[in-house]
Design a protein around this ligand. Structure first.
Ligand code: CA
Ligand code: CA
Ligand code: CA
Length: 169
């Protein structure tokens, strides 16, 4: 058996191409066998569209401030056969970054099966799953000559409501 290689010039592969390969062989008795096959070559130099990445739920007082207690998100626009890559710690990896309490930045792109890379898309959101700080109880002595100092424990709730109640004894 003799194996051979068929070389095709790169310029012949610049567009979608279909080859028909015919191999003819004969034995010493003069019997001839002809084998025929086709090979299809598809050229893809087009980058996929950039992805769309958005929170599943933007909870709280505003539904579009990217401040939420649900860190799950959805990526759409993935081309069939493409690979997702996330920008994490200065490099592109195929594992999504872990969502953490606080500010999260998810940058993602897709690479199609031909190796063409899309523009990247970024979702930045703040995950806050910590409930309100319990209300402070402040005691006031109305008879005191000292000025009343009220210390209010601030927390990170944008949109939180602070209620001051004055009790009369
Ligand atoms: Ca493509
Ligand atoms: Ca929100
Ligand atoms: Ca909170």
């Amino acid at each position: 058996m003799v194996y051979g290689a068929l070389a095709v010039a790169g310029s012949d592969l610049a567009a979608d191409t279909e080859f028909e390969v015919v191999v003819t062989s004969s034995d010493t008795a003069g019997n001839t066998v002809e084998s025929k096959t086709t090979s299809t070559h598809v050229v893809d130099t087009t980058a996929p569209d950039s992805l769309v990445i958005s929170l599943n739920t933007d909870s709280g007082s505003s539904a579009n401030d990217n401040l939420t207690n649900d860190g799950s998100y959805t990526i759409t626009g993935i081309e069939s056969g493409a690979t997702l890559e996330y920008f994490v710690d200065g490099e592109w990896i195929t594992t999504a970054p872990t969502t953490t309490e606080g500010v999260n930045t998810v940058t993602v792109r897709q690479v199609d099966s031909a190796g063409n890379t899309s523009e990247s898309s970024t979702l930045e959101f703040t995950l806050d799953t910590v409930a309100e700080v319990a209300g402070e109880t402040v005691s006031m002595n109305e008879d005191s000559a000292e000025p009343i100092v009220i210390n209010i424990l601030a927390n990170d709730e944008s949109g939180a409501v602070l209620v001051l109640e004055r009790c009369l004894f």
